[in-house]
Ligand binder design. Structure first.
Ligand SMILES: [Zn+2]
Length: 306
């Protein structure tokens, strides 16, 4: 057969059978660590350099100018954080100017987990360099993130973190709204989803109040229907999950109890961040001081949702 003889020609007469089982169909040359190291200034071998030049063609970039390995990215991130840190601290300090917000440890990580940041149980701020870079997050996002997580930490230091152990449904939801709503309220820059949320924002406190005041499955079914019919709900879910989001919502409603379904929307789908922020805004607009509200603790929110 032609193909075999062609093969044999290139292999200077070696028989195909002798080679069978020893050869991979594709010979992988993994150049990634060498190329990654070059972004940090290490020299590239002439072969790799040539392959890259051929691959990148006209779009080739001057190595070290404008392209970075994750390590370089993390150094740039570190610099940005240094520039933002006083601003962020001053913002969080407004929660309670009388108690100095002492140093907060901040860890720059690289994790494949799709999570941008965490307050590490109130002990320090973790930021995932990898996901920030992959998702193209800029300065405003970074500033929001630091303020958000530092707010959680300050609340813990002030002894005002809600009791998460409670098994009571209303308590769990209310705690989340108080805790995450405050962190969201403190963020200096509005998020894309917030603009969509605004459209029906006022409806949420009424829905929650009706929910907390009924045990009726029929009434809760109507409330869920009201949520699903909000234009802003549809927009946000489509923004987060694409057009197939409706199937996801259906599956959630089939699987969970009504209370669990509401919790999923509030916690996992993130509506609670925006509802909570709205509740804080409303209380402050009434003339209450941020510090006094915070120092009353999370149970005070029972007076906000009536
Ligand atoms: Zn948070």
């Amino acid at each position: 057969m032609d193909t075999i003889s062609d093969f044999e020609n290139t292999e200077s007469g070696k028989s195909l059978e002798a080679e069978a089982g020893e050869r991979e169909p594709f010979v992988v040359n993994n150049l990634v660590s060498e190329i990654e190291a070059s972004y940090n200034g290490a020299p590239l071998s002439p072969e790799t350099s040539e392959i890259l030049r051929e691959f990148e063609g006209e779009r080739t970039k001057n190595r070290g100018l404008g392209i970075f390995s994750l390590i370089e990215d993390s150094k740039r991130l570190e610099e940005k954080i240094k520039n933002l840190s006083q601003k962020c601290k001053d913002k969080v300090q407004t929660i309670n100017p009388e108690v100095p917000l002492e140093e907060v440890p901040l860890y720059l990580l690289s994790s494949p987990v799709e999570k941008n940041a965490s307050a590490l149980n109130g002990e320090g701020i973790a930021i995932n360099t990898r996901s920030l870079v992959e998702n193209n997050k800029g300065n405003e996002y970074l500033e929001n993130t630091i303020v958000h997580e530092a707010t959680h930490i300050f609340i813990k230091r002030l002894g005002k973190e809600p009791d998460w152990e409670s098994n009571d449904f209303k308590r769990q939801v209310s705690n989340f709204l108080w805790f995450e709503g405050l962190a969201q309220y403190m963020q200096p820059h509005p998020e894309e989803v917030e603009r969509m949320f605004k459209q029906d924002a006022e409806k949420w406190p009424k829905i929650l109040s009706s929910w907390f005041n009924t045990e009726s499955k029929e009434k809760k079914a109507i409330l869920i229907e009201n949520i699903l019919n909000m234009e802003s709900f549809k927009k946000i879910m489509e923004y987060r999950h694409g057009q197939g989001y409706e199937n996801g919502v259906k599956a959630m409603l089939e699987k969970s109890s009504q209370d669990e379904a509401l919790t999923t929307l509030i916690v996992r789908e993130g509506f609670g961040y925006h509802i909570g922020k709205l509740l804080w805004e409303q209380e402050i607009q009434k003339g209450n001081s941020l510090k006094e509200l915070v120092m009353k603790g999370s149970k005070d929110i029972d007076n906000w949702i009536v």
